[in-house]
Design a protein around this ligand. Structure first.
Ligand code: ATP
Ligand code: MG
Length: 385
């Protein structure tokens, strides 16, 4: 007789002053979109949203989906009743366990309710104790807390636990970025980190077919789909680096391979980013992790672009990155053993501290490098996810 509902809380949005409506409307749209294929209703109240009228068997699915919507702070499965105090007490007695310690914590946003929060706590506590002799009140360290939320529109919600969600800012409120998506562990995490701050993600994957396999490309596609759980309608584009890598291989010193490939990647990324209205490039570099991720290497690769390059993993340890990859569900896919284009023509001793002058000197040996870039971009393939 008491309906189950899901309460949705959002946090940081309120810091945004005049833009608040924009942030909230985006969040509402994202929630509506995420739940569109489930039969349920979402009510968007002030400061709190409520999912109602769903079949109990969808509850887990709804919560899983809400956990993937940035901007949602936490959710609670609650039960709903009206203002009538006997009704509230009946529901409270149903929900509390039969023994142990408990407390009632109520919150009254409907200020005209005849009892204030403290009175609700006390009166409800009494009624529960009358019904359940095995229970004891413990205000400081209770085993069970019953939360009571008296809302303005006649609803009273009772719940006993809160599920933490992704937090962050609503997806789509933070501009648009081009994520360089390899098949590795770090770049999906990098994309997630910026999506969490509201940035829309478009992904670009480089392959070196036939040196890299179809399976390696499929892995990037699968990762983009997994990211799609958090990044609605994420796009993935693929570009072949094969000709560029062959040209570097044939013309330049072997130990410059990675540095030069990265500079080509960045140039191509910038052109693609501009074409697809992305204001920045995002990659998964982490300082000191490999030879191409020293300050000297990053300086040399960064020098060929003039838009911001965001590296949200730069200060993270590998185990910290892995913990996020596991949480967002990309880790298992990322560790599948397929080759990356960066491992094609891999030199025995990659440069750890390249200098711009020497790199430019090596690069000048590739006479047609603008054409190479143009041809690579002409071959851009948009993958249907
Ligand atoms: P990841 O785990 O993301 O592959 P990594 O530790 O293997 O990173 P690198 O191979 O040096 O490091 O790559 C650094 C970053 O360059 C990656 O995080 C990614 O953003 C980008 N990158 C590398 N390879 C590719 C690729 N094939 N396609 C697109 N971007 C790539
Ligand atoms: Mg990699």
């Amino acid at each position: 007789m008491f309906d189950n509902v899901i309460l949705i809380r959002f946090g940081e949005l309120y810091l945004k002053g005049k833009n608040q409506d924009y942030f909230e409307n985006t969040l509402k749209n994202n929630i509506t979109e995420k739940l569109s294929s489930i039969d349920c209703k979402v009510f968007f109240g002030r400061g709190r949203y409520v999912v109602k009228d769903y079949n109990q068997s969808f509850e887990y699915d709804i919560i899983t989906r809400l956990k993937h919507v940035f901007g949602i702070h936490s959710v609670s499965i609650a039960r709903r009743c009206g203002y009538d105090f006997d009704e509230i007490a009946e529901l409270a007695i149903q929900m509390t366990p039969n023994s142990g310690t408990f407390r009632v914590t109520s919150h009254r946003s409907y200020k005209k309710y005849p009892l204030n929060s403290l009175q609700i706590n006390m009166k409800l506590g009494e009624r529960i104790l009358q019904a359940k002799s095995g229970l004891e009140v413990d205000l400081h360290n209770p085993e069970y807390t019953l939360n009571v939320d008296v809302r303005e529109n006649g609803d009273v919600f009772l719940y006993d636990s809160t599920i933490k969600c992704a937090g962050g800012m609503p997806y789509g409120t933070g501009g648009k970025g081009l994520l360089l998506l390899s098949g590795g562990i770090d770049s999906p995490v990098a994309g997630y980190m910026l999506a969490k701050r509201g940035m829309s993600i478009t992904a670009l994957h480089f392959h070196s077919y036939p040196y890299t396999s179809e399976a390696a490309k499929q892995k990037a596609i699968d990762l983009a789909k997994l990211l799609g759980e958090y990044c609605p309608s994420i796009k993935l584009m693929c570009i072949s680096l094969t000709e560029i890598q062959e040209s570097i291989h044939n013309n330049c010193k072997p130990n410059y391979m990675i540095t030069l490939v990265r500079r080509f990647m960045m140039r191509i990324a910038q052109t693609v980013a501009t074409k697809y209205f992305c204001g920045c490039i995002i990659n998964g570099e982490s300082l000191g992790q490999v030879a191409s991720q020293t300050i000297e290497s990053i300086t040399v690769t960064n020098a060929v672009v003039n838009m911001p390059v965001f590296r949200p993993c730069i200060g993270m340890d590998k185990d910290e990155i892995i913990a996020i990859a596991e949480k967002i569900g990309t880790f298992k896919k990322s560790i599948e053993p397929y080759e990356d284009c960066c491992t094609v023509f891999l030199p025995e001793f990659p440069l750890i501290k390249p200098t711009i002058e020497k790199v430019e000197e090596q690069e000048s040996r590739i006479k047609d490098y603008n054409e190479l870039i143009e041809r690579a971009i002409d071959g851009l393939e948009v993958v249907q996810l």
